[in-house]
Ligand binder design. Structure first.
Ligand code: FES
Length: 217
């Protein structure tokens, strides 16, 4: 009798839990194969090292399945099980890196760098352009089109200020270029990635200053 009461109470408590979206998440057949390939890249016993690429794979699958690239708790739990890692350690990884989203994001995740080189070169204007376009930090705005996040250095300081949109870098931004970029994305276009001021990669912004003879031949 005691066991039955316990079970009834336990089941009632379980049924009263808030629903957990994506509790039944599992890799697709293609991603099962890809996960196995990734895990096999690491020595036996070092499967934990695959946690980042597997979380990344799961986030891509979420984007494909729901249109929102993020990692709900059950998805992180699933990925942790794939590499026999305690959930909390997988969560620590997912919550440390801004490349992993713990909340749903808009179709275009706009990550603006606010670290010192970008800040000194005008990231405030990039944020102002985002604000004027309706974007708000940490919110899904513009009918699901955007989420704005401020991030730390993304390693493109020589082209500061810059922003990453999903997997693409847009560099040498200013107010007008940022507004144009957001408008193009909203129209469904994919603007040319990289520098937005016409320079090639990270070539000097004002043109070549050395090896001029060779350049003039
Ligand atoms: S400081 Fe912005 S990319 Fe490095």
């Amino acid at each position: 009798m005691t066991t039955g009461t316990y079970n009834n109470t336990h089941e009632a408590a379980r049924d009263a839990r808030p629903p957990r979206p994506h509790e039944d998440f599992a890799f697709t057949a293609a991603n099962v194969e890809e996960a196995a390939r990734i895990i096999a890249c690491y020595p036996a016993g070092r499967e934990h090292s695959a946690i980042m690429p597997l979380l990344w794979l799961a986030q891509y699958q979420m984007a494909d399945a729901t249109g929102q690239a993020w990692l709900p708790i059950p998805v992180i739990e699933y990925v942790a099980r794939q590499v026999t890692m305690p959930f909390i350690r997988a969560y620590e990884v997912a919550s440390f890196y801004t490349m992993f989203n713990l909340e749903p994001v808009g179709q275009h995740h706009v990550m603006v760098c606010g670290t010192t080189p970008c800040w000194l070169n005008g990231s405030d204007e990039v944020f102002r352009a985002c604000r004027d376009h309706g974007l708000r930090k940490g919110e899904i705005t513009n009918g699901g089109a955007f989420t704005l996040t401020e991030v730390e250095c993304l390693g493109a300081c020589v082209n500061a200020p810059m922003a990453q949109v999903n997997d693409d870098y847009y560099e040498d931004l200013d107010y007008a270029r940022t507004r144009a970029l957001l408008a193009a994305l909203e129209r469904g276009e994919r603007p040319t990635v990289g520098p937005q001021d016409g320079r090639q990669f990270s070539a000097p912004a004002g043109g070549a200053t050395t090896l001029l003879e060779g350049a003039q031949v």
